[in-house]
Design a protein around this ligand. Structure first.
Ligand SMILES: C[S@@+](CC[C@H](N)C(=O)[O-])C[C@H]1O[C@@H](n2cnc3c(N)ncnc32)[C@H](O)[C@@H]1O
Length: 230
């Protein structure tokens, strides 16, 4: 299928280095060294409060049991999974395309005594994604994305195709009654629902404090809980 430039215009931000693997490889190679030298766990994207709210939602959802499978897509340092482990969840997987992220996540997990969390290197966008990472041939009750779709949306090239591959990947790994929890600061709720609305419907939203500016009110971060359309 051919794509025109116009279809990329739903982005109201510019592509950047954050959309490249080089950027994340460099970031995590620094963070691995920082962890070795000072025990610094690195960046928790959107802050600890956001992570806590997402984990609270998962913990409070009556339909999600501690034994259910949860995957963190673009897990970075894996701190969210460590938080979930401490809340009693035991079927946890993290995937990231940066080898450095997975090395950091494994080191943190080892230090926290949560080494049973599975961390794997895998590209969630590449067309060959499925054959590259065994975790993408399983199904999950919960798929969590905190900042990963944002990063993918900054890809300098073939961004729309990449985003569509990402959406396909998520659809293919979700259990039919599963939950996709996406947290973004680059896309609004409406934009997320437009893009993911081809395959998903809104189930719930995690509330964040709103700010007001120039007569418009909004929050800096959006977390939506989506379910597959039947
Ligand atoms: C903004 S960071 C968020 C990290 C982590 N989710 C957090 O909240 O701390 C984006 C993450 O997505 C990962 N990522 C970006 N594109 C990816 C892709 N195509 N496949 C897998 N991981 C990807 C990056 O390596 C990075 O760890």
């Amino acid at each position: 299928m051919a794509y025109t430039m116009n279809q990329e215009d739903d982005r109201d931000f510019k592509p950047s280095d954050l959309g490249t693997k080089d950027f994340w490889d460099n970031t995590y190679s620094r963070e691995v060294e920082n962890f070795k030298d000072h025990g610094d766990v690195g960046e928790i994207w959107f802050g600890e409060d956001t992570q806590e709210k997402i984990c609270n939602w998962i913990e409070e959802c009556e339909d999600i049991e501690k034994k259910n499978s949860i995957i963190d897509l673009g897990c970075g340092n894996g701190m969210m999974l460590i938080d979930l482990w401490k809340r009693g969840f035991r079927n946890l997987t993290g995937v990231d395309y940066s080898e450095g992220a997975i090395a950091l996540a494994k080191s943190l997990s080892e230090a926290e005594g949560t080494h049973e969390i599975v961390y794997l290197v895998g590209d969630l966008v590449g067309e060959r994604g499925k054959s590259q990472c065994s975790c993408l041939s399983h199904h999950y009750k919960v798929c969590v994305d905190k900042g990963t779709y944002d990063a993918i949306s900054l890809m300098p090239e073939n961004c729309l195709i990449g985003r569509e591959h990402y959406r396909d990947t998520i659809r293919s790994i979700m259990e039919p009654d599963g939950y996709f929890i996406i947290t973004s600061c680059n896309w609004t709720k409406d934009q997320l629902l437009t893009f993911f609305g081809t395959d998903f419907r809104l189930h719930d939203e995690i509330p964040y404090p709103t700010f007001q500016f120039g007569g418009k009110s909004g929050s800096k971060v959006t977390s939506l809980i989506l379910k597959l359309k039947s």
